[in-house]
Write a protein that binds this ligand. Sequence first.
Ligand SMILES: NC(=O)c1ccc[n+]([C@@H]2O[C@H](COP(=O)([O-])OP(=O)(O)OC[C@H]3O[C@@H](n4cnc5c(N)ncnc54)[C@H](OP(=O)(O)O)[C@@H]3O)[C@@H](O)[C@H]2O)c1
Length: 259
Amino acid sequence: MIPSVDLAGGGAMPLVGFGTWQLRGQQAYDAVRAALDAGYRHLDTATMYGNEAEVGRALRDSGVPRGDVFVTTKLQPNAAGRERATIAASLRALGTDYVDLWLVHWPPPSRTMVANWREFLAVRDDGLARSVGVSNYSTAQIDELIAATGEAPVANQIPWSPSQHDERRLADSRERGVVIEGYSPLKGTDLADPVLVDIASAHGVTPAQVVLRWHVQHGIVVIPKSVDPDRIRSNADVASFVLTGDDMAALDALGSATG
Ligand SMILES: NC(=O)c1ccc[n+]([C@@H]2O[C@H](COP(=O)([O-])OP(=O)(O)OC[C@H]3O[C@@H](n4cnc5c(N)ncnc54)[C@H](OP(=O)(O)O)[C@@H]3O)[C@@H](O)[C@H]2O)c1
């Protein structure tokens, strides 16, 4: 069972989700079906990925109730000002009447950033998205949204991995009630790093599982992508072992290594 993190304003997001960037067409459909069969209950897509229809169809065909799955999609870059039309198109493509989380994919130009955020809040208030958040925002940009509206994004989706670990940023985020959702966890990691390989072999798991479990133990959401059914399954298997305090410290230290 994959644990969840509570979101400000209600709801909970499973700490491991299935990433779908670069999955298109039948491959996207098959991968999402495999992910749902493997127990993922959190899917991450985006308008920009061009696969919302396949993600939605795979979810419907899986037989898993819509209410059991946390679905995220995103407003594509340069679409500030077209928020309503974009969420309507996403819901149509996904074949659902709400998403669990709608993210601003990239910060729009600063002159439109607050207006864009107000539209997001209105879309949430209308029930089309249960929660709203951002992606690729700095803490300063999040502070600008809070100062203007009094409402923080529930999540900020940004690159994260042991070698990019930033305690300060994590603490700043938590202080504001913003969950960090890490992307590209495996691409951002040298899976042959001896520190990682040793920890993995001590627990009888793969280096990728160690990376994903490390996120979970930090309360950081992680959304690995794979096209391979075996890797899809093993990436979801993060609840069958526990990293020790020493393991966590050794992995955290990869973030401060130089070179
Ligand atoms: N908000 C944003 O701007 C943003 C940006 C980037 C990504 N994202 C989201 O985050 C998700 C994850 O990031 P990502 O797709 O960039 O990278 P990722 O999940 O870190 O890595 C995916 C790569 O790792 C390989 N892989 C998967 N499982 C593996 C395993 N167990 N062992 C070894 N290799 C493995 C995959 O190959 P195979 O497919 O062949 O298994 C693929 O090449 C995306 O799919 C997307 O949903 C968001």
